[in-house]
Design a protein around this ligand. Sequence first.
Ligand SMILES: [Zn+2]
Length: 192
Amino acid sequence: MLLLALLLAAPLPALGEPVEDRGEKRSPGVWPERTYRWWYNPQHHPVWLDAAQARTWVLAAAKQWENCGVRMEYQGETGHAPGAMDGINVVGWSLDMPRQIRGITQGRAAAGRLLERDIAIRPDREEFARFPRLLRKVIMHEFGHALGLTHSPRCDDVMTLAADCPRAHPSTLPLMPTGNDLERCLALYRAD
Ligand SMILES: [Zn+2]
């Protein structure tokens, strides 16, 4: 089993320490048939966010990546925990990660094919409550990893490794993949 820990370090020096990244340097692969089928586990959503709004933002974040030509097929709600390598792709919330991590994508892949990708977002980060836009960007960023994308060196990208980009402000964070994000995604799937 391959476990890939990906974390988002955001460009917010005032909000905490930059986080060391342990993400993938090379893409582990792509989804067969360009289709990511995922379930949502609503448990442990942020207390400041009602359940319906939390689900809406997760669905919206997934939808943004369809501009890459990948189908993001929402399967419904599940009680399966995100991060358990149980054969289904679960997106949800979890406190079961190091405190400095905002979100994590874990998965399995073989021979350039993704087999499973689970996304867990940490619901208790106070900067998410202060800057909901940051939460929405983190969710979108993790969906990018779920599609096989690695980090971008460009600071304005959704897929940026933001620890290298100290000047961005939460109010300016992108709410959709940039042209460069989509180009990187298209290139990944075009090469398939
Ligand atoms: Zn990342």
